[in-house]
Design a protein around this ligand. Structure first.
Ligand code: FAD
Ligand code: 2HG
Ligand code: ZN
Length: 475
């Protein structure tokens, strides 16, 4: 092992091979705090050539690699296991924007560029990079593509895989695949770019990407709307599509429990509405500088929604500060849940037509398994994706974390069974990681799992890239 560490130090410099516990601490625990691993070393290469050298050295030594970007993943895929034998390969030093081409509508970046920086560079060029996540200040483009991240702009622009035209990838044996062509049209065989998107670091290390840029949409009309239930939210979505058409940019849902956790734990937040409601929707229309009428369209939508009994009240943002305040209520939910108590996350997606019935039915099933368990339900209802998260029940005013943990398997199984029965998916946008690798395989057909293992075997025959993530170990 010392040979490998010496070789890595020679390639990337002593300062970028971390082995001291205090130095590696932030790299071995995930954002949720659930996954705590150990690492042989954390290696921080500064260029694609250095990544290739690190991977080649690990390949020769038979050492497994965990690629890591911003370490904001929610399923434990970016942190090492408990063995202490894995190398964490951090892309954190690879932060160059290589090229912006506003006419072609592309930006070529290193994989370690933070999402918010990509958004800012696109804006400076008069363009839009639409991906938007609560973690955008820390997550990286490499991590976004490796997880095929979703977020709040999927309704209009699609998942990460629809925002990328080409990739540069270091393969598990250290060879480099340069697929940074950025062509809109390229029907020359299997789509390798898309194979690596969503592969969660199990097929190679993404070192660069060509991203798609879109016309800027600096105008916004935003409202926080009180709705009775999920069925009303879905009907409101249909109405919003009629009123706003292609200007409908965001349609997010949150239940009252989610809002209350934000108000309780995030300083500076306040309830924009006088009356409480069981459910809320954050709706936003967005358009170009030349496109007026967004406020009118929103007003007409809300008026009709109230008349139709779909909405009881709404707060409309009258300034950028008010817009940010409404967004904070939605984007702060993950953080507030974490502060509140132990949390069990379920990132599920269902056909939109079946969403309301599914939510109505799963509640009583879970209460029967753990009385008092608190569903904190929110997400991207515009694309059928709910974060059906559970917080620990309150007993005498205190969260009973132990009760949630001991019922966890039972609760998650009930949710996943109901998702499967509703033709949904148990991971809409966060990936499978370590948390859901076994469940992912259990809810897929044998044919699908066989094909996935065949792909893994073809590209990483020695199983050196992120073992135990996405696919469970074979018994
Ligand atoms: P990491 O956490 O470092 O890694 C994630 C996975 O990608 C790991 O399996 C890792 O091995 C792999 N990986 C990372 N970089 C590379 C690379 N260069 N090459 C190959 N593999 C790599 N996700 C959503 O989809 N939608 C949301 O709305 C959303 N909101 C979030 C809000 C909060 C507050 C938080 C904490 C997380 C949220 N996430 C969301 C989850 C997370 O931010 C995304 O999964 C994000 O894409 C991860 O990026 P990262 O750079 O942090 O990746
Ligand atoms: C969101 O939509 C994220 O806010 C995070 O996907 C969800 O923390 C979660 O479970
Ligand atoms: Zn989400």
């Amino acid at each position: 092992m010392n040979d490998l560490l010496d070789r890595l130090r020679r390639r990337v410099g002593d300062a970028h091979v971390l082995t001291e516990p205090a130095d590696v601490a932030a790299y071995v625990v995930d954002w949720t705090g659930v996954h705590v691993g150990r690492a042989l070393a954390v290696v921080r290469p500064g260029s694609t050539e250095e990544v290739a050298a690190v991977v080649a050295a690990c390949h020769e030594a038979g050492t497994t690699i965990v690629p890591q970007g911003g370490n904001t993943g929610l399923v434990g895929g970016g942190v090492p296991d408990a063995s202490g034998s894995q190398v964490v390969l951090s892309l954190g030093r690879m932060r160059q924007v290589r090229e912006v081409d506003p006419v072609a509508g592309t930006m070529t970046v290193d994989a370690g560029v933070v999402l918010a920086d990509v958004q800012a560079v696109a804006e400076q060029a008069g363009r839009l990079f639409p991906m938007s996540l609560g973690s955008e200040g820390s997550c990286t483009i490499g991590g976004n593509l490796a997880t095929n991240a979703g977020g709040t702009a999927v309704l209009r622009y699609g998942m990460s895989r629809e925002l990328v035209l080409g990739l540069e990838v270091v393969l598990p044996d250290g060879r480099l695949w340069d697929g940074l062509r950025g062509l809109r049209k390229d029907n020359t065989g299997y789509d390798l770019t898309q194979l690596f998107v969503g592969s969660e670091g199990t097929l190679g290390v993404i070192t660069g990407a060509v991203l798609r840029l879109f016309p800027a949409t600096p105008r916004h009309a935003t409202a926080w709307v009180a709705v009775r239930d999920v069925a009303s939210a879905v009907s409101l979505l249909a109405l919003a599509q009629q009123h706003a058409g292609a200007h409908l940019a965001t349609f997010e849902i949150a239940n009252r429990t989610a809002l209350e956790l934000v108000l309780a734990h995030l300083p500076g937040t306040s309830d924009p509405l006088a009356e409480t409601s069981d459910w809320y929707v954050l709706v936003e229309l967005a358009g170009a500088e030349s496109e007026g009428g967004l406020d009118d369209a929103l007003e007409a939508l809300l008026g009709e929604a109230v008349d139709a009994g779909l909405a009881s009240d709404a707060a409309v943002a009258g300034s950028p500060a008010q817009r940010s305040a409404l967004w904070a209520l939605r984007e702060g939910i993950s953080e507030a849940q974490k502060v509140e108590s132990a949390t069990l996350k379920h990132d599920v997606t269902l056909p939109i037509a079946g969403l309301a019935e599914w939510v109505a039915e799963i509640g009583p099933i879970l209460q029967a398994r753990l009385p008092g368990v608190r569903p904190v339900t929110y997400g991207h209802v515009g694309d059928g994706n709910l974060h059906y998260n559970l917080n620990a029940p309150l007993v005498d005013g205190h969260a009973d974390d132990a009760a949630l943990r001991s019922a966890a398997v039972d609760l998650s199984t009930a949710i996943y069974d109901a998702v499967a029965a509703g033709n949904g998916s148990i991971s809409a946008e966060h990936g499978l990681g370590r948390t859901k690798a076994a469940a992912g395989a259990a809810y897929k057909s044998d044919v699908e799992v066989d094909l996935m293992r065949a792909v893994k075997q073809a590209i990483d025959p020695d199983g050196l890239m992120n073992p135990g993530v996405l696919l469970p170990p074979q018994s």
